[in-house]
Design a protein around this ligand. Structure first.
Ligand code: HXC
Ligand code: NAP
Length: 284
């Protein structure tokens, strides 16, 4: 759906790029001509992805272990990347999440998820943003949030508060840094099958069917659909989009939010017919 040189000469860092949506985006960005850096905590996962994507796309890809919760480690990684030239795009995709009753959570559980999602994204954004501003270099940040940033969600509270903060960061810096050449946008995906997300958030297989049923399109999203949207949002073709959170969920959150949706789905054809206005014979 894009010209093959859409991202030519773009240098892009994807946090959490070794797996799932980050890996799919890395593949798409490479196919479109970008030079891609991926980071994550697990060296072996990163190296495997680096080799796989280099072989399948022939593109320029580099990987480096880095825990985004560690501000000093992030600063060191960004410094090493910048030594070869400035990045043009930062994609804050690394995340942690699990299903739990909030009253059972330890302080460490909150710190872990908020540390990855919110503080990790702040560390990378500040490290890149300060460099871009100082050099007058144009930059684009794409943050990956979720559909529950505005509604909140039970049982994933550390993630909900962290992703809501990330959405606030997106909109705040879109305004503060926009006039200095930095765009900030976000994608809020609904469920897309990845090992990382589904192993933690769908503990029983039959719940997948239930999740599909509550989606107007009756299915999950795909990593390819996600990667194409990400490619558009980091490309110059979307240059006037700034501070936007693009929901990509098949209409799922609207289905859940609509007052009469569930009720309407339960009514029979006969009941719909009965609710139509009765035809009266015209007055003589
Ligand atoms: C309660 C838990 C827990 C659980 C961990 N903890 N899992 N508490 N229920 N299921 C607590 C631990 O007891 C510990 O607290 C603290 O969290 C840190 O746990 P560790 O295992 O030591 O941390 P770490 O190895 O750093 O792992 C981080 C993690 C893990 C977030 C807990 O799940 C992870 O590595 N996730 C990365 C990938 C991921 O989550 N992907 C899914 C993204 S999907 P104490 O107090 O003992 O120290 C997504 C959106 C999906 O975000 C939306 C779908 C629509
Ligand atoms: P995933 O495969 O588990 O991706 C998460 C990535 O983050 C992993 O590569 C992980 O690698 C990395 N990561 C975790 N903690 C890190 C840390 N401290 N430092 C650096 N990297 C770290 O799950 P995914 O489904 O692709 O999720 C990708 C993004 O999409 C996340 O932001 C998620 O919240 C969002 N999202 C996903 C869905 C979905 O249904 N899949 C829906 C809505 C939003 P390591 O473990 O090696 O560090």
């Amino acid at each position: 759906m894009f010209k093959n040189d859409l991202l030519k000469s773009k240098r892009i860092l994807i946090t959490g790029g070794g797996t799932g949506l980050g890996k799919a985006s890395a593949q798409r960005f490479l196919e479109l001509g970008a030079e891609v850096y991926i980071c994550g905590r697990r060296h072996e996962v990163l190296t495997a992805t680096e080799h796989e994507l280099r072989a399948s796309t022939g593109g320029r890809i580099h990987s480096r272990p880095c825990d985004v919760r560690d501000a000093a480690a992030v600063e060191e990684m960004i410094g090493i990347i910048w030594a070869d030239g400035p990045l043009d795009v930062l994609m804050n995709n690394a995340a942690g999440n699990f299903l739990a009753r909030t009253e059972d959570l330890s302080l460490g559980a909150f710190q872990s998820v908020i540390g990855i999602v919110l503080m990790g994204s702040l560390h990378t954004t500040m490290a890149c943003g300060r460099r871009w501003l100082q050099a007058g270099h144009k930059g684009t940040v794409l943050n990956i949030t979720t559909t529950y940033t505005t509604t909140g969600s039970a049982y994933v509270v550390p993630s909900a508060v962290a992703k809501a903060g990330l959405q606030a960061l997106t909109r705040s810096l879109a305004v503060e840094w926009g006039n200095r050449g930095i765009r900030m946008n976000a994608i809020a995906p609904g469920p897309i099958p990845t090992e990382g997300a589904f192993s933690r958030l769908l503990p029983r297989p039959e719940l997948e069917q239930l999740a599909k049923q509550k989606n107007p399109l009756g299915r999950f999203g795909t990593v390819e659909e996600f990667a194409n949207l990400a490619a558009f949002l980091v490309s110059d073709g979307s240059g006037y989009i700034n501070g936007e959170v693009v929901t990509m969920d098949g209409g799922e959150w609207l289905e859940g939010a609509g007052e009469f949706t569930a009720l309407g789905r339960m009514l029979t054809d006969k009941e719909w017919e009965m609710m139509k206005p009765k035809k009266t014979s015209p007055a003589k």
